[in-house]
Design a protein around this ligand. Structure first.
Ligand SMILES: [Zn+2]
Length: 126
């Protein structure tokens, strides 16, 4: 599953799960209070499937919150062809391997993009 899709799903479903969980807890409280005041068993019977549904919603919400989205940052290593001068910085749009990158500040040799790599980190809820 792509990160964008995961992020979009999370953004869409998080408020729905939270609202559903609150309303289910509210309904359960309502049923419990009615059962205590009236003693009618029908309230307790209705509470049983709602308890399961509430637990399932809480599980789905916790699963949604636990899922972490990987975020990638891309870096390039610019290296001089003559001396040992080397710089690592974030990549710019349009970079490619062995692209010329101006003159070396130490020996005025040619600078080339010698490596391109990415680092993975995980993002939290949103
Ligand atoms: Zn150099």
């Amino acid at each position: 599953m792509s990160e964008e899709l995961l992020r979009e799903l999370r953004r869409k479903w998080l408020p729905i799960y939270v609202l559903l969980l609150f309303s289910l807890v509210f309904v359960l409280l309502h049923l419990a209070i009615n059962y205590v005041h009236t003693g009618n068993v029908a309230y307790a019977n209705w509470a049983i499937p709602i308890v399961f549904f509430t637990l399932y919603t809480a599980y789905a919400l916790s699963k949604l919150l636990r899922t972490k989205i990987p975020v990638y940052r891309y870096y390039r290593v610019i290296k001089c062809t003559k001396c040992d001068y080397e710089v690592t910085e974030e990549i710019k749009e349009g970079d490619y391997l062995f692209r010329e990158h101006g003159k070396c500040p130490k020996c005025s040799g040619i600078l080339l993009v010698s490596k391109i790599y990415r680092k993975k980190s995980f993002k939290g809820v949103l």
